[in-house]
Design a protein around this ligand. Structure first.
Ligand SMILES: Nc1ncnc2c1ncn2[C@@H]1O[C@H](COP(=O)(O)OP(=O)(O)O)[C@@H](O)[C@H]1O
Ligand SMILES: [Mg+2]
Length: 238
């Protein structure tokens, strides 16, 4: 459960996700959801693949990916959350699901998709979405993400879902996000308030732009932790 806690000024706080988010955080994710949905024409019913990345680790990609997937599923959409940050996969931990077999195992061997498929069910209502966790930590995650098999997998999955949310590695540390960005319909860039150096963020944006990625928006993860403050997700700028 260590991953489920955040530490600030000596205070350890339980991280809340999905149906357990605070009212303000839920509203923020509804706004994010509306912005994502409205980016695509209403009459276009094909699956939309949304990548979530950041300039460096720990900006809140996995947290945002999970809550976005949940928020889209609340609309009754068929949603898959894919943990593609295979070096530092954390979706399974945050949602209390088995880590393996997962994406790396699907890409590394000829395992069938069903072996890696999990389901997240809300404890409060009937909202649910499918999850493919990261799987065994691979030695060659960049090659796997960039592989023909990844393209084939996404194409097969896109036939089944309304939305696929992909939790990607950071752009700055490795180039995975840029290589996979060819396969997404749009990218969200997460930035933790007062955390990411401006130059690093600008570099990430230019790398994505050079790769012709459609940047859907920037999610400012307004983490306000510590004495007397709850953490909030109330700053989404588009
Ligand atoms: N808004 C927030 N307030 C408090 N803690 C947060 C917030 N967003 C993320 N965290 C915590 O920060 C850490 C990194 O977040 P995570 O989503 O795992 O980042 P990433 O996937 O970008 O590495 C996690 O421990 C998570 O619980
Ligand atoms: Mg993560």
């Amino acid at each position: 459960m260590d991953e489920k806690k955040s530490r600030s000024k000596g205070v350890v706080r339980e991280e809340k996700l999905c149906e357990n988010l605070s009212f303000a955080a839920k509203e923020a994710f509804k706004r994010l959801r509306t912005n994502v949905v409205m980016k695509f024409p209403a009459e276009d019913s094909t699956c939309k693949i949304i990548g979530v990345t950041s300039a460096q680790p720990s900006e809140g990609k996995s947290t945002v990916s999970i809550n976005l997937a949940y928020s889209l599923a609340e609309l009754g959409k068929k949603v898959l959350l894919l943990d593609a940050d295979m070096r530092r996969s954390s979706i399974h931990q945050k949602l209390h699901l088995e880590k393996t077999p997962g994406l790396s195992d699907l890409l590394g061997t000829a395992n069938s998709i069903s072996t890696a498929m999990r389901k997240y069910n809300s404890s409060k209502d009937s909202t649910s979405f499918d999850v493919i966790p990261g799987g065994n930590t691979p030695t060659n995650p960049s090659e796997l993400l960039n592989s023909r098999r990844m393209e084939t997998l996404l194409r097969a999955l896109a036939k089944v879902y309304d939305y696929i949310v992909i939790d990607l590695p950071p752009v700055g540390a490795v180039i995975d996000a840029v290589s996979v960005s060819r396969q997404v319909d749009g990218m969200l860039l997460v930035i933790r308030e007062n955390n990411c150096p401006r130059g690093l963020f600008a570099d990430a944006v230019s790398q994505l732009q050079e790769a012709n990625v459609d940047i859907l928006g920037f999610v400012v993860n307004g983490a306000m932790e510590g004495a007397g403050k709850k953490y909030q997700y109330n700053n989404y700028y588009y």
